[in-house]
Write a protein that binds this ligand. Structure first.
Ligand SMILES: [Zn+2]
Length: 847
């Protein structure tokens, strides 16, 4: 144990007073006693939270400690299971009974115990909740607490004290080294101003409260695997918001996703009323039913809801700005102690109300899953993934479905019927064959499947602050249909590729297709192993097989220094990535260009740099960083914007500009240097908001649409002024959203003869997250464009929709020997748009 001295001496004192066995209850130390300080007087770093949780599990027979994983930086991720001694003895039965109830395991449940899951500190700098977790654990199992003893008689509580330890420790360490002996409550003090990137996110600057459905982050994958083993009836996700706000708890605000049931709404009221009782008696301010909506499926409240739980967000005033104490506008000082007390109160109140409604919670949960099997909600009953899709893309999607226990299989029989074609966006006659994969709505995870595959998710209200579309055919680049008819599925495994890479002899070259992320991962590996290769700019045919542009050509020529090791090395890499190589005996093609021709480009391993640090969007920096570090495993140099002046640009081939507020760093002389570097062969990739900085600038071909000054993403005042209507004050928010696009799916026409679109069809579905509209390039390649009626799914304001017609999304401008790649949309957003990963790779690796 890693007790501090004071903690040890307190425990010694206790031992003197009480004669105890190892798990005797009377000896249980409070967090204050164990840690040696008042909760709220300073922060408890991750390792001490772990210590206390472990200590309680050793000291109390009501608690079991379980490590379920580690964070990116190697910190432990844990839960404790809290239950009466009697329920502890049959915890495994309670767990499996719950899975049986959900239809995820065979058999009939014999117990009737609901599970409440409390998740703390998903946002690292919303620190009070892990402190509250210490107190809540203690109070739940404190020997003298008769109330909690009663609650635990019929309720199991699972507590995850720190979902995001890397982010929280980032904040806690920074604050601790920044503040003085006593906290300074004035907002001007530096301890209220976290440096970039802040503590909210995980190691790779991902918001873990946006990742529950996509599971792109290590922490989420391990947690959801555990979550799926329990399937709680109630899940609470603890947060903090602006330090000036009152406390927020359920019920949540519109828009609700239509898949949310009446019971799930109703019980939020029941819970809210119980919390209100405690808050009223303490004269604490609170609010409900505003701001926090339940639509996007990847939050810590919606994901549990779409898994049959009552999922909720509780928000305390505070956040990174609040420090240990902050003066509020009314003059009071908000302290960490206040903050943790509020979160502690709602935690206890949640367990209390769950216990009071235990039977109802369990029976409604059963009903939810019975409905899923027998009478699933939603218009569509079957989602089809056509068999002729790229097997790697299908496998990636099925891997995700497996993690959520969403069943899929092959169509039980062939049929022709009406269906929504994701690609055309229309309902038409479609045929389903026995080889096609289907996801039926008649299954335990019906609602989650519906939410992930519904072509046009229905909002009860259009006001939301997050993306409104995420359909998985679009995200994974798969053809298929949504059917209102039921088609049953026969169990079938995900498609497997038959890969055979044992070419005999010494072929002239190996050819590899260029179609998805797996191919890109293999390219990265080949380049890191210093294998020289080329890629085809045009279609060619050899040995009776036609190869598309982008095909990798790994010739023996250029790799002769490897000698006979060449073949085994190349084959070994292909096998590692599950990719098929086609060996060919000649470079003389039947049609197209020979491998030595000028249209067969040599692919030089690019040296890639990414701007980061103060002034850039930490989210986007993290998305690009994670992409190189964890997805394609290719070296990337992150350079702080403030250091750019000292960097010799010629050491890099590619420079990536993420979203950011660039000031002097990329203006004036510095910009001239960047342009000179491009002219000499560099490639600048501007992503999403970074394009607004380049638009209209001398030398850059990018121009804002209908806007001559080049910097405008704002609505044109003149246009609004001409409208013959007076704005109604009460409608102001609605009026504002007419120009709004917080995240919807658009269909792009792709020029796939350009290397930026190699590996794609002539359409690509993009997640567009703003209404930034750029004109087609006069001097450049318009590789991906949104034409008229390009909007496919999600909410977009009518003015924004109009503005985005006939605009550039992906384009390339040649500049001297180099080029500028304009990526108006970010294909790496939250790392979940699988089909965009190759596109970003094209921008990095192909000229
Ligand atoms: Zn939060």
């Amino acid at each position: 144990m890693r007790n501090i001295k004071f903690g040890l001496s307190i425990s010694l004192i206790f031992l003197l007073f009480f004669s105890l066995d190892s798990k005797a209850q009377n000896s249980l130390q409070s967090p204050e006693e164990y840690l040696g300080y008042e909760l709220g007087s300073k922060w408890t770093p991750h390792y001490k939270v772990m210590d206390y949780f472990e200590y309680v599990s050793e000291a109390s027979p009501l608690v079991t400690f379980q490590q379920y994983g580690t964070s990116n930086e190697g910190r432990e991720l844990v839960i404790v299971k809290v239950a009466s001694e009697q329920n502890h003895a049959r915890l495994e039965q309670i767990r499996t009974d719950n899975l049986k109830r959900a239809g995820l395991m065979d058999g009939e449940p014999t117990s009737n115990i609901p599970i409440v899951w409390l998740s703390y500190n998903v946002h690292g700098n919303e620190t009070s909740s892990s402190e509250a977790a210490l107190k809540t654990l203690y109070e739940l199992v404190r020997p003298g607490n008769a109330e909690s003893k009663q609650w635990l008689a019929n309720t199991v509580v699972i507590m995850d004290p720190m979902i995001n330890p890397d982010g929280r420790d980032r904040y806690v360490h920074w604050y601790t080294e920044t503040a003085g002996d006593e906290f300074n409550a004035y907002g001007d003090a530096r301890e209220h101003h976290e440096p970039w990137p802040g503590g909210r996110t995980n190691h790779y600057y991902f918001d873990l409260n946006r990742d529950w459905a996509w599971l792109t982050q290590k922490e989420s994958r391990q947690r959801v695997e555990l979550y799926q083993q329990w399937m709680p009836q109630i899940h609470v996700d603890y947060h903090e918001q602006s330090y000036t706000s009152p406390y927020y708890f359920a019920p949540a605000a519109e828009p609700f996703h239509k898949a949310i049931t009446d019971w799930q709404r109703e019980f939020q009221y029941t819970i809210g009323r119980n919390h209100a009782r405690y808050f009223d008696s303490n004269s604490w301010l609170y609010f409900t039913r505003e701001v926090f909506d339940l639509f996007y499926p990847s939050y810590g409240d919606t994901y549990p809801i779409f898994n049959g739980s009552i999922g909720m967000t509780y928000e305390q005033a505070g956040g990174g700005y609040a420090g240990l104490g902050i003066i509020k506008p009314e003059g009071d000082t908000l302290t960490l102690n206040d903050r943790l007390m509020h979160h502690h109160t709602t935690g206890m109140s949640t367990v209390e109300i769950a216990s009071q409604n235990a039977d109802k919670l369990v029976s409604e949960f059963s009903q939810y899953y019975n409905d899923a099997l027998e009478n699933p909600s939603g218009e569509y009953k079957t989602f089809v993934i056509k068999a002729d899709n790229n097997p790697d893309k299908m496998k990636a999607l099925f891997d995700l479905l497996d993690k959520h226990n969403i069943e899929y299989g092959k169509a039980a029989r062939s049929r022709t019927l009406n269906g929504y074609n994701y690609e055309t966006g229309t309902t038409e006659r479609v045929s389903v064959s026995e080889n096609d994969y289907v996801v039926s709505a008649f299954q335990p995870k019906s609602v989650l499947a519906r939410v992930l595959f519904e072509p046009r998710p229905q909002l009860a209200d259009s006001l939301t602050y997050d993306i409104t579309a995420w359909e998985q055919h679009y995200a994974y680049g798969l053809h298929g249909y949504a059917l209102t008819d039921r088609i049953d599925a026969n169990e079938a495994a995900a498609p497997t590729k038959n890969v055979n890479n044992t070419a005999d002899g010494a072929p002239y070259a190996y050819l590899a297709e260029w179609k998805d992320l797996a191919d890109l991962q293999m390219l990265s590996d080949l380049l890191k192993n210093e294998i020289k290769l080329r890629y085809a700019e045009e279609t060619f045919t050899i040995d009776g097989i036609t190869y598309d542009p982008g095909t990798l050509i790994i010739t023996r020529n250029g790799n002769t220094q490897m000698g006979s090791a060449f073949d085994s090395k190349v084959q070994e890499i292909a096998i590692r990535h599950g990719q098929q190589l086609n060996p060919v005996p000649t470079g003389f093609v039947t049609s197209g260009s020979d491998f030595g021709a000028s249209s067969v480009e040599y692919l030089k391993a690019p040296r890639v740099a990414l701007l980061s640090g103060e002034g850039t969007s930490s989210y986007m920096v993290g998305e690009i960083w994670h992409y190189f570090d964890r997805q394609i495993d290719y070296p990337l140099t992150l350079i702080n914007v403030s250091d750019l002046g000292d960097v010799e640009l010629h050491k890099y081939d590619v420079l990536i500009l993420p979203d950011g507020y660039y000031r002097d760093e990329l203006n004036g002389p510095r910009m001239n240097e960047v342009q000179e570097w491009i002219t000499e062969g560099g490639r600048l990739i501007a992503v999403e908001g970074a394009n607004s900085m380049l638009a209209g600038k001398e030398g850059f071909a990018l121009k804002s649409k209908d806007n001559n000054n080049g910097d405008g993403n704002e609505e044109q005042a003149g246009e609004n002024g001409n409208e013959d209507n007076l704005e109604i004050y009460g409608e102001r928010e609605r009026e504002r959203i007419s120009s709004f696009n917080s995240g919807s799916i658009f269909k792009l026409a792709m020029d796939n003869s350009h290397p930026l679109a190699f590996g794609y069809d002539d359409t690509y579905f993009t997640l567009k997250r703003n209404s930034d509209a750029y004109a087609y390039l006069d001097d450049g390649w318009n590789v991906g464009v949104a034409k008229e009626d390009a909007h496919m799914s999600g909410f977009v304001g009518y003015k924004a929709k109009e503005k985005l017609e006939n605009t550039l999304t992906f384009g390339v401008q040649n500049m001297g020997s180099g080029s500028v790649v304009y990526m108006v949309d970010n294909p790496l957003f939250r790392a979940f748009w699988y089909n965009g990963k190759l596109l970003f790779g094209n921008a990095v690796f192909f000229n």
